[in-house]
Design a protein around this ligand. Structure first.
Ligand code: SAH
Ligand code: DHB
Ligand code: MG
Length: 228
């Protein structure tokens, strides 16, 4: 099986099930024009996030890692009237491109972009008592994934869904001797999930136009009152 084939199958499903959309297409074009790395979720992955948010009945969403706001738009469109999404980004240029993309999608009133290191903005959100969130998407710098998971739990309630992107990394995740800080971060994150009695989690490998990677899906099973 080749990357070419995975891409062709992604195109097949996307053509059938993920109608092209002016605001999402324009976001990807604006990202490319601004020189952002093309590491957004794919269209069919974006729709998966959207469907999961709807299945969850999410009214409040937290995203860690905005880039140009492509996944943000998919997630924000799953919110009911009165819903809100906060997305965290450290690169001013990424946040600026995302702001324009989100504005073009008509989502500026629903989406708040917080500029800064996520470890700082997460601590701010906690201090402001912005949680608990119904759904949290972790997709920023992978070495900090263990810390992001701890914060996500803190900003959760019983029933919160936490999703993490890029937990497979071409399969390198199983290399316990890897010195790559991304792999070490993801492995430590996976170990935290395994050891955490307040969640139930799984991970799924994916192939597609973005190559071979995967998602972790985590359900918080105990209320935050017992989280301490
Ligand atoms: N969720 C996006 C992709 C995010 S890419 C999508 O699918 O469309 C990861 C993003 O995390 C990048 O924009 C990067 O600048 C940002 N990032 C990296 N380190 C960060 C940090 N410490 N705090 C906040 N954002 C960070
Ligand atoms: C990278 C980051 C991502 O969030 C992703 O989906 C793919 C690649 C990266 O940093 O290489
Ligand atoms: Mg990602």
């Amino acid at each position: 099986m080749s990357h070419e084939q995975w891409t062709a199958v992604d195109r097949y499903f996307t053509d059938l099930l993920v109608p092209s959309d002016p605001a999402l297409d324009a976001a990807l074009e604006a990202n490319a024009a601004a020189g952002l790395p093309p590491i957004d979720v794919t269209p069919n992955q974006g729709k998966l996030l959207h469907l999961l948010a709807r299945i969850q009945g999410a009214r409040t969403i937290l995203e860690i890692g905005t880039l140009g706001g492509y996944s943000t738009i998919w997630l924000a469109r799953a919110l009911p009237a009165g819903g809100r999404l906060i997305t965290l980004e450290s690169a001013p240029k990424h946040a600026e491109v995302a702001r324009a993309n989100i504005e073009r999608a008509g989502l500026s009133d629903i989406v708040e972009i917080r500029l800064g290191q996520a470890l700082d903005t997460l601590s701010q959100l906690d201090a402001e008592e912005q949680g608990p969130f119904d759904l949290i998407f972790i997709d920023a710098d992978k070495p900090n994934n263990p810390e992001y998971f701890k914060w996500a739990l803190k900003l959760s309630r019983r029933g919160t869904m936490i999703i993490a992107d890029n937990v497979v990394r071409k399969g390198v995740v199983i290399d316990e001797a890897s010195t790559d800080p991304n792999i070490q971060g993801i492995r430590r994150f996976n170990e935290l999930l395994a050891a955490e009695p307040r969640v139930s989690a799984t991970a799924i490998q994916t192939v597609g136009s973005k190559g071979y990677d995967g998602f972790a899906i985590i359900l918080v099973t105990e209320s935050n009152d017992s989280l301490s």
